[in-house]
Design a binder for this molecule. Structure first.
Ligand code: SF4
Length: 357
């Protein structure tokens, strides 16, 4: 029997993670920018699509201007269905790229191109491609949180809500999996599906900071509370979950659960939509700042926070920060995405959140 492979650690070092800086504007300046952005969206025939983790100001503006708030794949799908010629994506770069891959004929703008993702950064395409080439016997399954170039090397792309079902399907066909980039999500899928999986060793800097010991203490203080956890979190946190779900799944579960108090382990940007969904429930953030904390983000993604009203207005005024993806990459990256979309259609699976957002 061959020795187990030890893969390099692709998590970012703390010095590679920016501080989370949230824009705080005087109300008059905020209102001026909101009005300016609304006018620019109308005059340019553009639509604003925002991720659940962005600043509530942006989520509110997307809703009020006829745009949309959801998870990454649903944002791209919404853009596809929209008649708008310009999509303005508030989120991180891979979301802009996915929107472009699914809508190559549209102009895709973002408030900043510096909004990255630790999972994407921790999975550089050349290194990942070489790794895949070393394992030609494995089906390459990647998470949505990857660059267009990494998706172009994959057989399947999955979301957190579809990953277990897709991998179980592949397992039933006798396929072995090469998974990237989130090791915690990979461990969760492996445990749920029993598939043979080789796991890339990346992590989300936000979800990795949720702490099992401190969560146990918090649960003891709120014995009636239910715990909702995103599967990018470490196993010690997932183990204590009443529900493990994607962002859209967490919002749906919050509605459906009969508990009055919910402890939520995901980026705290989601509280804007959670409060809309369950205004009468008490929502508590799962603890990050534990005894072993190295937290720089403290439950809010530093790159998501780079999406600000000021930058959004600048982008619309100047046309800066357009997403371009090489046509060859678009052609190859669209295949694993379409495979997922077809799989979901055939199984009538909810992989994105249109009906929930
Ligand atoms: S919250 Fe984590 S997974 Fe999401 S964009 Fe930020 S670093 Fe990436």
């Amino acid at each position: 029997m061959s020795a187990p492979l030890t893969l390099p650690d692709y998590r970012l070092r703390p010095d590679q993670v920016p501080e989370t800086v949230v824009e705080r504007l005087p109300p008059a300046e905020r209102d001026r920018l909101r009005a300016r952005i609304t006018n620019l969206l109308i005059s340019q025939g553009a639509v604003l699509v925002a991720h659940y983790y962005t600043d509530p100001e942006l989520q509110r503006l997307a809703e009020e201007t006829g745009g949309y708030v959801s998870d990454s794949l649903d944002m791209a799908r919404y853009g596809h269905d929209s008649k708008a010629a310009t999509l303005v994506v508030c989120g991180v770069r891979f979301m802009g790229e996915t929107a472009k891959i699914l809508n190559p004929e549209k102009r895709v703008l973002m408030p900043t191109l510096a909004a990255e993702c630790s999972l994407d950064l921790g999975c550089p395409a050349p290194v990942f491609t070489a790794f895949c080439d070393q394992h030609p016997d494995r089906t390459v399954v990647v998470y949505a949180n990857t660059s267009a170039a990494v998706k172009a090397r994959a057989d399947w792309m999955v979301t957190s809500s579809s990953a277990v079902e897709v991998v179980s399907f592949l397992r039933d066909r006798g396929e072995k999996i090469l998974w990237a980039p989130d090791k915690y999500l990979g461990e969760y899928i492996q445990q749920q599906s029993g598939a043979d999986m080789l796991l890339w060793q990346g992590a989300c800097v936000v979800h990795e900071e949720f702490k099992g010991l401190e969560l146990a203490e918090l649960r003891a203080q709120h014995p009636g509370a239910k715990v909702l956890v995103h599967p990018e979190s470490p196993a010690a946190v997932i183990k204590q979950a009443d529900v493990v779900a994607s962002t859209t799944g967490i919002i749906r579960a919050a509605r459906e659960m009969d508990a009055d108090t919910l402890i939520v382990a995901t980026d705290n940007g989601i509280f804007y939509k959670l409060q809309q969904a369950v205004p009468d429930k008490t929502l508590i953030e799962a603890p990050t700042a534990g005894k072993s904390a190295t937290c720089k983000s403290c439950a809010h993604c530093p790159w998501m926070a780079m999406n600000t009203l000021t930058r959004l207005a600048h982008t619309l005024e100047t046309g800066a920060n357009e997403i371009h993806v090489d046509p060859d990459i678009i052609e190859r990256a669209s295949k694993p995405i379409e495979r997922l979309l077809n799989f979901a259609t055939e199984r009538k699976q909810q992989i994105y959140g249109r009906s929930d957002a």
